[in-house]
Design a protein around this ligand. Structure first.
Ligand SMILES: [Zn+2]
Length: 459
């Protein structure tokens, strides 16, 4: 199924690449990779590593399997590392993906989420978008670069991390224990790029240079358990509900970061009339109530213009006739990169204004992530994107979710969210962490070549 080892072509200079065969291999590898169930928890990413090792070794790569001690990541987990050497005249580029996936509920799917099913031109399964597909494309683009025989000025580093979806311990441990393996690496590409595609048309290619930070809070109200047939003032449920109601009606302030101003300005030409005017200068537009209402009605723009709060997990009594001793809620709060977590918390506590409500953070707040745009790699992405869609808008949407990038950024590496695919927005919306996650085989094929071009142009 896999093509011949590279040694056969290594002697040639700039060997012609068989894109059809590379595409076939990428599609088959992705289907196989999806069949390796790395649902997190528990992750079991060693199974993914064992799947990738022979693929890499057949191409002559030396694979390092790291952090396998159970004290590091837990049983059956690890990180994977490979380096393709360049001539060292320029610094390296790391291609990073996470090998774990979020759980899938098979009863809501039309196919087995771990079957690696290929039908109607799509590969279905958990990880088809997030992000086994990008991992396979990174692997195949690296192999293509190796086989091509073109002069490589930069090392290419390929990393598979465990546990992105739950605790990010894979990237965190990798970045803290193996900074030496990232020696001489200047750039890093991973998930988080957000290309917007509607009805087959690319509205923009997104290179994510910044992301929001999770600032999750656990709210607790204590009460006194008793029989619900005799209501008391010590029921914690109405108290918690009142706090949640205040937060639900609280509008966080709008705040325009430079990257978001640039992003909205870049996409303004795709709109007309006053909408175009508003987007081209969003700071001014937000002072106009009509413009503000229109801009914030877009749930994505709204989320990149303010800190957001989503009320999600609730728990109290598990019996109708029992007043519980405690009621709790979880808030998914997402901060803009330049927000001050302590100040935000103080503001929200003032909004609730009830000392019976106890606030406890329950996830670490990442370092702010903002990467520079004026780089060789950004220009390589622009060039490769415009090869495909002449005049394509290549811009810098902020990611509302969190990735592993801050751990690598903390090492001084310029990290970009880059998505090598053009996936319909409706597919991405439904599939990522949802049901019937899928990617077209055409996207996988095109993605290998796209990333290959980015890496080639960056040499
Ligand atoms: Zn992901």
């Amino acid at each position: 199924m896999l093509a011949a080892p590279v040694t056969a072509v290594r002697a040639q200079r700039s060997a012609a690449l068989d894109w059809n065969a590379l595409g076939d291999t990428a599609v088959q590898l992705l289907a196989g990779y999806i069949r390796v169930n790395t649902t997190n928890p528990p992750g079991n990413e060693m199974a993914a590593i064992k799947f990738l090792i022979p693929v890499l070794e057949r191409e002559g790569f030396t694979v390092q399997v790291l952090d396998t001690e159970t004290t590091a990541l837990g049983p059956s987990r690890g990180n994977l590392y490979v380096r393709l050497k360049g001539d060292g005249t320029k610094k390296g580029i790391a291609l990073v993906h996470h090998m774990d996936v979020v759980p899938a509920m098979p009863k809501f799917w039309s196919v087995d989420p771990f079957g690696g099913v290929i039908k109607d031109g799509y590969i279905y399964g958990r990880g088809a978008l997030d992000m086994k597909s990008e991992g396979i494309v990174q692997l195949m683009a690296m192999i293509a670069l190796e086989r091509s025989g073109i002069r490589r000025t930069r090392d290419i580093v390929f990393i598979g991390n465990s546990d992105e979806e739950l605790g990010s311990s894979g990237a965190r441990i990798f970045a803290s224990r193996h900074a030496d393996l990232l020696e001489g690496v200047e750039y890093l590409l991973t998930e988080g790029g957000d290309n917007l595609v509607h009805d087959g048309t690319l509205e923009y290619a997104g290179v994510s240079v910044s992301e929001k930070r999770t600032f999750w809070q656990h709210l607790t109200v204590h009460g006194i358990a008793s029989h619900a047939s005799r209501p008391t003032k010590n029921n914690p449920v109405p108290r918690l509900v009142a706090a949640l109601d205040k937060l639900a009606h609280y509008e966080t302030p709008l705040h325009v970061t430079p990257g978001v101003a640039k992003f909205l300005h870049d996409i303004a030409p795709t709109y007309s009339g006053e909408e175009r005017t508003w987007l081209s200068d969003v700071r001014t537009a937000l002072r106009d109530p009509r413009a503000r209402a229109w801009i914030t009605s877009n749930i994505y723009w709204n989320a990149i213009l303010r800190n957001t709060i989503s009320e999600t997990v609730l728990s109290a009594s598990n019996k109708t006739n029992v007043i519980p001793s405690e009621a709790t809620a979880e808030l998914d709060i997402r901060l803009l990169p330049d927000a001050d977590p302590a100040a935000v918390l103080a503001r929200l506590q003032a909004v609730v204004s009830d000392t019976a409500v106890h606030w406890t953070p329950f996830a670490p707040v990442n370092a702010p992530l903002e990467s520079p745009i004026d780089t060789d790699l950004f220009r390589a992405i622009e060039r490769a994107a415009r090869d495909r869609v002449p005049g394509a808008i290549v811009t810098t949407p902020m990611l509302t979710g969190a990735t592993d990038r801050p751990y690598y950024r903390a090492l001084g590496i310029v990290t970009y969210g880059f998505d090598p695919f053009q996936v319909e927005s409706s597919d991405a919306q439904r599939g990522v962490h949802g049901t019937d996650e899928r990617i077209s085989t055409a996207n996988v094929r095109a993605g290998v070549r796209y990333l290959y071009d980015v890496l080639r142009y960056a040499q």
